[in-house]
Design a protein around this ligand. Structure first.
Ligand code: ZN
Length: 129
C-alpha cells in the first residue's frame, strides 16, 4: 500500500515538473485557419530578401563566409516567418486539464490509481481503517 502511494506521489511530482509550452495545434486547425496561415505567411515572406548569390552558388564545397551567413540568415527568417504565422492563425495547445485530458494519465497513473482504490476499499472492508 505504501509502495503504491509512494509510486503515485512520485508520478504526480514528475507531472508537476513538466513545463507547459504553448504551441500551434495543427490537428485543431480547420480550413479557415489554414487559409489565414497561408495569407499571413505569404505577406511576411514578401519582406524577406532572397540571397540569390548564395542560393545560386554552384560550388558544393563553398566556404565563402558571406554565402554561409546569408543562407543561415535566410533559413532563420523562413523558419521564423512560419512560426509567427502559425502563432497568429492556428489554434494553440492548452495546458494539462484545460484540454480535457492529462498526458500519460491513462498509461501510467490510471492503473496505479485503480490498484490504490482497490486496496483502500479492501482495507476498509476488513475493518482495518
Ligand atoms: Zn558559395
Amino acid at each position: 500500500m505504501r509502495y503504491i502511494n509512494v509510486r503515485l506521489l512520485l508520478l504526480l511530482l514528475l507531472l508537476d515538473r513538466r513545463q507547459f509550452k504553448v504551441r500551434p495545434s495543427w490537428p485543431k486547425a480547420d480550413a479557415k485557419h489554414l487559409h489565414l496561415y497561408k495569407n499571413v505567411l505569404q505577406s511576411t515572406l514578401q519582406s524577406v530578401t532572397v540571397p540569390h548569390n548564395a542560393l545560386w552558388c554552384n560550388d558544393v564545397f563553398c566556404c565563402d563566409r558571406e554565402h554561409i551567413d546569408n543562407l543561415n540568415d535566410y533559413a532563420a527568417l523562413l523558419s521564423d516567418a512560419c512560426l509567427r504565422a502559425a502563432d497568429v492563425s492556428v489554434p494553440s495547445t492548452k495546458p494539462c486539464g484545460e484540454a480535457g485530458h492529462i498526458p500519460v494519465w491513462s498509461e501510467f497513473v490510471a492503473p496505479v490509481r485503480s490498484q490504490s482504490v482497490f486496496w483502500h476499499r479492501l482495507w476498509i472492508e476488513c475493518g482495518l481503517w
